[in-house]
Design a protein around this ligand. Structure first.
Ligand code: 0X9
Ligand code: ZN
Length: 423
């Protein structure tokens, strides 16, 4: 490793390990103007810099958080390498504190719930989401059932909700959808809840999607991480699970669940350093949460036609492979389904989703759930990166939730229709 590499790594560790809030942290937008700069930025993401968004495409801006300790070496690097940049926020701590205060106020106006329909007025906790799906199963026992599929590292319950049309036909084809792999991507569970609402509460309008298919939905893959981001203001942009790992005498928390799957595990675009955001874990499936998803995938693989995993942000519809530049043999089927989603959204709202293989459109990253599902037998496997908002991209204001989740549903519905027509 070069001296610069070592410096950036050590400063990077200070960033992710401290978790003492984001006072004085900055957000920069950086735009590579040639491939070498793109590569350099990608290198930083492996060395402890927290990229809020990262594009491998020349001319496409990425957002990165820079801690006070990283600042001088980062600015030097920008100058030396002539990287085009823009300071977006000069005190992330203050912005997060403001957003937190707004949420607290909202929560007082709209108290803890979990019974009846959930509005799109605010974000919900893991407990509220679990209560909500339990309540749905109680209200629609003919069509909806909830199953406990495992426990997180901190022993939070993980449940799936299965939505059917109630005809009790066994072995129907399956669409398997999940959300909240990454703790900070709050719009993900919000969008998944909206899909559940459409299929269960708005059944009459969506019965066509349930005629030959059951939908198995896991709203919160990573409840520990998700809850952690909701506690106070110190960890709003935490990404990983919460299992502790020791590194150089300190403790860093979590592995990136989307680098932890045993398919070309840790080969590309993942880190072996526990304090880095894309830590692949000490071994494949080291995290109980990814074991849950793996076991579900295998149990559903015979009937599973589409796997859909909801992330944010950047407006992408990504399909395998994410571990190599190569495309799978059936890439045209994947492309057709993903494009159906992107086209429907663009026609309805004007929002443009970039469609393509993960590696070609975004960046190379092995050990993710989409590649694993495809390898496990799902014909179609898609990662959907929703719209972003707020200064970090992970914080769309509550007033935007409704717009984003309805737009997402338009895309998901169109993809499901295409899948139903094709398979
Ligand atoms: O990096 C990820 O895990 C996903 N992006 S995110 O900003 N939500 O973290 C993209 C994963 C795409 N799939 C593969 N690389 N296989
Ligand atoms: Zn994500």
């Amino acid at each position: 490793m070069s001296r610069l590499g070592l410096f950036t790594l050590l400063f990077g560790l200070a960033l992710v390990a401290a978790e003492q809030g984001y006072e004085g942290y900055r957000i920069y937008e950086v735009t590579p103007t040639n491939a070498a700069q793109g590569k350099l930025l990608h290198g930083l993401s492996q060395q402890g810099y927290d990229f809020l968004s990262l594009s491998r495409l020349v001319g496409h801006p990425s957002r990165v958080i820079v801690s006070p300790a990283q600042l001088s070496s980062f600015e030097e690097l920008l100058k030396e390498q002539l990287i085009s940049n823009r300071l977006l926020n000069d005190n992330l701590g203050a912005t997060i504190a403001m957003e937190f205060a707004q949420r607290q106020l909202q929560r007082r106006l709209s108290p803890i719930t979990g019974k009846g329909r959930l509005s799109t007025d605010r974000y919900y906790t893991h407990e509220e989401i679990t209560n909500y799906i339990d309540d749905l199963a109680a209200r629609y026992p003919e069509r909806v059932y909830v199953k406990t599929v495992g426990w997180s590292y901190e022993k939070r319950i993980i449940k799936t909700i299965t939505i059917t049309n109630g005809d009790r036909r066994p072995n129907k084809k399956v669409i398997f959808m999940d959300g909240t792999f990454h703790a900070r991507e709050w719009i993900s569970p919000a969008a998944v809840l909206y899909v559940i609402d459409q299929l269960a509460e708005q059944f009459d309008q969506n019965a066509d999607l349930l005629k030959d298919y059951d939908w198995v939905i896991l709203p919160v893959v990573n409840p520990d991480g998700y809850e952690h981001t909701q506690k106070g203001t110190l960890a709003r942009i935490f990404r990983k699970t919460r299992q502790p790992y020791k590194y150089l005498g300190q403790t860093c928390y979590g592995a990136d669940p989307n680098r932890n799957f045993d398919f070309h595990w840790n080969e590309e675009g993942a880190s072996s350093t526990p304090c880095v955001d894309t830590y692949a874990g000490p071994k494949p499936f080291s995290e109980p949460e990814t074991v849950v998803v793996r076991d579900l995938m295998h149990s559903l693989a015979d009937r599973g036609v589409m796997y859909l995993t909801i992330h944010s942000f950047g407006n992408y519809l990504l399909y395998p492979w994410g571990w190599t530049n190569d495309l799978p043999e059936t890439w045209m089927d994947l492309d057709e389904v993903a494009k159906a989603g992107g086209d429907a959204i663009e026609a309805a709202t004007g929002t443009v989703y970039a469609v393509g293989s993960s590696t070609n459109v975004l960046y190379i990253a092995a050990g993710a759930s989409d590649d694993y599902a495809f390898y496990a037998g799902f014909n179609i496997s898609i990662t959907m990166e929703l719209s972003g908002g707020g200064i970090t991209g992970f914080d769309p204001p509550a007033s935007k939730i409704d717009e984003f989740v309805t737009e997402t549903w338009i895309g998901i519905r169109a993809m499901a229709e295409k899948v139903i027509e094709k398979y």
